[in-house]
Design a protein around this ligand. Structure first.
Ligand code: ZN
Length: 548
């Protein structure tokens, strides 16, 4: 072989070797890429599986948490946060008992949740079958079977749908199972503004005088939530003061009153009237220092909430008093309210209402009627705008009225009507009208401050000048304080009910055998279905509590 040929041959062998090397490299790279792709793909699959498992787990956990909350089985967790009304809502607060997770309770919980969900979209004129059923379910839950049936019948073609006709049959049967309530003995319980934390009960923070007042007459949100839940569990249904009587306006303008004998409830359900006194956030309530809310506000959904400043000075908006707590509770338990009834709020006027300084005396810092607290408040609030406060308070009152709440006079000056003359009460009532009529409108109820009634048991008489005055001003419903739960008196032109406080004094007496009023309050609490008071009674309360 010539040199050149050998060279050529060597070159081509060399080229062939290099080609094979390149190919091997490419093969190796391809193999590597394939392996890498496989690994990445595998990893992706693994991640997907893990994520799916986590989501599945979370969903299951949330589901069971929700169920627990609705069933009220998580009492400790739910009541632990005294300081935050938004998390410790009424619905989650109480222990419904050991059998809360039995099958029937679980079914009841599901039903309640379904009805609660339907409340937001309940309508008298449904446009879909689902809307018709949900609306009817909500109205029926609040014992308004006629409205439930009407809602279904307002849906076009209902009579050809077996689900809808079956629902009508069901509501017709439930309505038939109802019986009239004895409105001459309906229990009436009341509260003041609620304490959202312990500050108001601690002598080291608010001093012994204020701590004692809060101790005797006030209730914490945890205590409130527990008692409301227990009353609900016992079958109580809120009715309004207006539900128990029928008022007939006579030709001469006077009003005749009769017991309402057609307030109907199904078996196992019992009526209960509720009220809240002194919803003003008085200057003496410490304006953010004692655990009370500072004012009521409308949230972004137009719902009535409260502003509250916690122990750390942080201001929050939420369910920080009875009004939003009851609203939330009824949303979650529509069957706690008879046809949408809510409590009655008793208002004075001297410090304004709902935390707004709406008394017209505040317009002028030099007004001779202003006391030191009021003057100091005005000095601290140089931007105060009386018209704005009145407008804001009126918006709160309007939202509450639309939501079933009613208002009563509690006298303008928190006066004891027993110890003031008819003339004095007239002056006071005129002040009440000046300060509050522009905000809450017409009222026909008076809830006596200190429970100080204008007449003794046995009826308001024609020669009772205080009664004659209040009657002339349109008052028809009168409420005192009476620990004999259910005490009610119907006159020809008025109805009177006695109210039981569910406050520190009452709770202490109910749970303390050696308490001076133990017998009375233990019986009241038993009738109301409230037990284990010591399990939720605030630890900072100063005991014994022997007087209000
Ligand atoms: Zn009061």
């Amino acid at each position: 072989m010539p040199q050149t040929e050998r060279n050529h041959d060597r070159d081509s062998r060399e080229r062939e070797r290099l080609r094979r090397q390149r190919e091997a490299r490419r093969r190796a790279q391809r193999k590597k890429a394939l392996i890498l792709r496989g690994v990445v793909f595998g990893l992706l699959i693994a991640v997907l599986i893990v994520v799916t498992m986590i989501i599945g787990n979370l969903t299951r956990r949330q589901g069971s948490l929700k169920k627990d909350t609705a069933a009220g089985t998580t009492s400790a967790a739910a009541t632990a946060d005294t300081g935050d009304g938004q998390t410790g809502t009424v619905s989650t607060a109480a222990d419904t008992g050991a059998d809360a997770d039995t099958a029937s309770d679980a079914a009841a919980v599901q039903e309640t949740a379904a009805v609660a969900a339907s409340s937001a979209r309940a309508t008298d004129n449904p446009s879909t079958k689902e809307e018709a059923l949900a609306s009817a379910q909500f109205f029926a839950a609040q014992y308004d079977y006629d409205r439930a049936i009407a809602a279904i019948q307002n849906f076009n073609g209902y009579d050809a749908d077996t689900d809808l006709t079956a629902a009508i049959d069901e509501y017709t049967a439930t309505k038939a199972s109802c019986s009239p309530v004895d409105v001459t003995s309906v229990g009436h319980v009341f509260f003041h503004s609620l304490l959202n934390d312990d500050r108001g009960l601690r002598t080291d923070i608010v001093g012994s005088d204020r701590a004692w007042r809060n101790d005797a007459a006030m209730t914490t949100v945890v205590e409130f939530d527990n008692m409301v839940q227990q009353m609900y569990d016992a079958g109580y249904v809120m009715v309004s003061l207006d539900d128990i009587c029928i008022k007939t306006k006579n030709e001469d303008g006077s009003v005749s009153v009769q017991p309402n004998n057609s307030l109907m409830l199904p078996p196992g359900k019992k009526p209960l009237i509720m009220s809240e006194d002194d919803l003003s956030y008085y200057h003496t309530y410490g304006i953010g220092t004692q655990g009370y809310a500072t004012k009521m506000v409308l949230d972004e959904n137009g719902e009535v909430k409260c502003e509250y400043t916690d122990e750390n000075g942080e201001t929050k908006i939420g369910d920080y008093d009875m009004v939003p707590r009851i609203d939330t509770f009824v949303k979650e338990h529509p069957d706690f309210s008879y046809k949408g009834a809510k409590p009655t709020v008793a208002l004075t006027g001297y410090n304004g209402v709902f935390g707004y300084r709406t008394n017209d005396y505040y317009k002028d810092i030099n007004n001779e009627h202003l006391d030191q607290d009021q003057i100091e408040w005005l000095q601290d609030h140089p931007d105060f705008d009386w018209d704005k406060d009145v407008a804001d308070a009126t918006a709160i009152a309007d939202a509450m009225k639309a939501n079933g709440w009613t208002f009563a006079s509690h006298t303008y000056g928190h006066w004891n009507a027993s110890t003031h003359s008819a003339e004095q009460l007239q002056t006071d009532n005129e002040r009440w009208m000046t300060c509050n009529h522009n905000i809450v409108g017409d009222i026909d109820k008076i809830i006596f401050a200190f429970g100080g009634d204008i007449g003794t048991v046995g009826g308001y008489t024609a020669d009772n000048d205080k009664f004659q005055y209040f009657k002339s001003q349109g008052y028809v419903i009168y409420c005192n304080v009476d620990a004999h739960i259910g005490w009610t008196e119907f006159g020809p032109d008025y109805v009177r009910t006695g109210r039981v406080p569910l406050d520190g004094f009452a709770m202490y007496q109910a749970m303390t055998p050696e308490g001076g009023s133990h017998g009375t309050y233990a019986k009241d609490f038993e009738i109301l279905g409230i037990s284990n008071v010591e399990s939720f009674f605030n630890q900072y309360r100063i005991t014994p509590i022997e007087s209000e």
